[in-house]
Design a binder for this molecule. Structure first.
Ligand code: CUA
Length: 167
């Protein structure tokens, strides 16, 4: 049985592309792991305090340099824990000067939550066992609501915090 010349060419082309695509998928899956960029850091969800960033005294907004801040928060049903202020009150609002660079580091102790600063492109999924982080610059003044956009239970719609960007 002889193969026609064009049949041979197409066979080689077909098998060749299959091998190439499988190689690309294999490379993507095994070379550096498959975790998306924001989920590289891992954490024990049962003991988040073991990580310095999530100790009670390090939660909330911390100034780390001129115009540079870090926000550490623990999401849980149905609350974003930003720590307490000097008066021992629960922090619900982050007050940030306009033009600041802010690194958000968020983890969860129970189920998957969302972290979306409404009106900006800050939008992360927060998964148990991982630290989701995202750095952004706040260059518009105003009040922005941080909302949970992953359904997490009966109190899902009550889960929010506020970012206030001032001049
Ligand atoms: Cu947390 Cu929805």
């Amino acid at each position: 049985m002889g193969l026609h010349k064009y049949e041979k060419i197409w066979l080689i082309f077909g098998i060749g592309s299959l091998v190439l695509f499988l190689a690309i998928i294999g490379f993507g899956a095994f070379w550096k792991g498959t975790h998306p960029q924001s989920h590289i850091a891992t954490i024990d969800p049962e003991n988040v305090e073991a990580n310095e960033a999530f100790r009670p005294e390090n939660l909330g907004l911390t100034k780390v340099d001129d115009d540079k801040y870090v926000v550490n928060m623990i999401a849980s049903a149905f609350f974003y824990n930003l720590g307490k202020d000097e008066d021992g009150e629960t922090v619900r609002t982050l007050r940030i000067p306009k033009g600041s660079t802010v690194l958000f580091q968020v983890t969860t102790t129970d189920v998957i939550h969302g972290f979306n600063v409404a009106g900006t492109n800050v939008n992360m999924m927060v998964e148990p066992g991982y630290i989701s982080s995202y750095e952004t610059v706040f260059d518009k003044t105003g009040e922005f609501t941080i909302v949970c956009n992953e359904y997490c239970g009966v109190g899902h719609h009550l889960m929010y915090a506020t970012v206030e960007v001032y001049d």
